[in-house]
Design a protein. Sequence first.
Length: 178
Amino acid sequence: MRAPGESAIGEVLVSAEEVQRRVAELGEQISRDYAGRSLLLIGVLKGAVFFLSDLMRFIDIPVEVDFMAVASYGSATDSSGVVRILKDLDAAIEDRDVLIVEDIVDSGLTLQYLMRNLGSRNPRTLEVCALLTKPERRKVDLPTRYVGFEIPNRFVVGYGLDYAERHRNLPFVAVLER
Ligand code: 5GP
């Protein structure tokens, strides 16, 4: 039994084994695509940290990491596209091959803002790698070069994704029952 307002972990949409297998595939694909170059991964705090650190271990070309933290104005479940930078990158990205690593693309508004912001800093290339995407929710058309899994329009937690800062440590992705 759950008290009103409490949440519980529901259906598992992506198992721990599926996550690990797909992360390995993505790392290998990225290594092939960027062969002979070096890559800068930009993680969006905090959710992407878990995905990024696993992904990096499957990338066998020279790779560096940097992080950004952003806050999106809007309700807890709907981002507005108005984004505030809480922590910017440590270093310039001019002429670098840059890959933004995101946990999930929902409306796409946060990523659209990041693509514009980082794009204006003149990287050599700028692409996106997202673990999850919810195509039904997309409000803007975005080129996401690498995607782990397409999921239905449900609120999910685990593998970095939180609800009120909890559940990030789950090794799988599951629906949050509220
Ligand atoms: P967007 O700007 O694409 O609408 O929102 C992206 C951000 O919303 C993600 O980086 C994530 O922080 C949050 N988000 C979107 N969908 C979910 C979800 O199903 N679960 C969790 N925990 N966060 C989500």
